[in-house]
Design a protein around this ligand. Structure first.
Ligand SMILES: [Zn+2]
Length: 167
């Protein structure tokens, strides 16, 4: 017969193991889900489903030699390019990509070996070099496109607001 303390400790160990298992399962399911979102967003950009390689274990989707992660922002499927930082080589993510324009901008920065496309990365190489990590200001054309997008988004939201009467 085990003591109360022994049984309590055994129960705690069991619960901890259970928690560990379920959180690992949840993380694996979330990665699979993220990969599916990325695949969906790539299809929306016109990539043929057969050209999309979904890697649920890594939570990524690959197409055309590029690696993406997916996430949902305000109900929209968004992409993020995953690639090495040009300065330190660490794997980093890009800012949110919702269309070909966004993707084109990231790819152009990458082509020029600039780091403006990287988000949330405190680069050790750039810190040593004493360079700024501030993103470059948008060009006038890019500002205009962003403004037009904002207007279109507001229009769409207003249209929805009119359709759904307030209670
Ligand atoms: Zn870096």
């Amino acid at each position: 017969m085990s003591t109360l303390a022994e049984r309590a400790m055994a129960e705690m160990a069991r619960a901890e193991a259970e928690h560990e298992r379920t959180s690992q399962e949840a993380a694996a399911a979330a990665r699979k889900h993220d990969a599916q979102i990325a695949a969906r967003a790539l299809r929306r950009l016109g990539v043929h489903p057969e050209e999309i390689e979904v890697d649920g274990d890594r939570g990524e989707a690959r197409a055309d030699g590029l690696t993406f992660r997916g996430f949902v922002r305000y109900g929209d499927d968004m992409l993020q390019i995953v690639a090495p930082c040009p300065d330190c080589g660490e794997t980093v993510g890009s800012y949110a990509i919702s269309d070909l324009f966004d993707l084109g901008r990231v790819l152009r920065y990458q082509e020029r070996r600039e780091s403006n496309w990287i988000i949330s990365h405190n680069c050790p190489a750039r810190k040593c070099a004493g360079q700024s990590t501030q993103p470059q200001p948008l060009s006038q054309a890019e500002q205009l496109v962003a403004l037009i997008r904002q207007i279109a988004r507001n229009e769409a939201e207003n249209a929805v607001a009119e359709l759904v009467p307030e209670r």
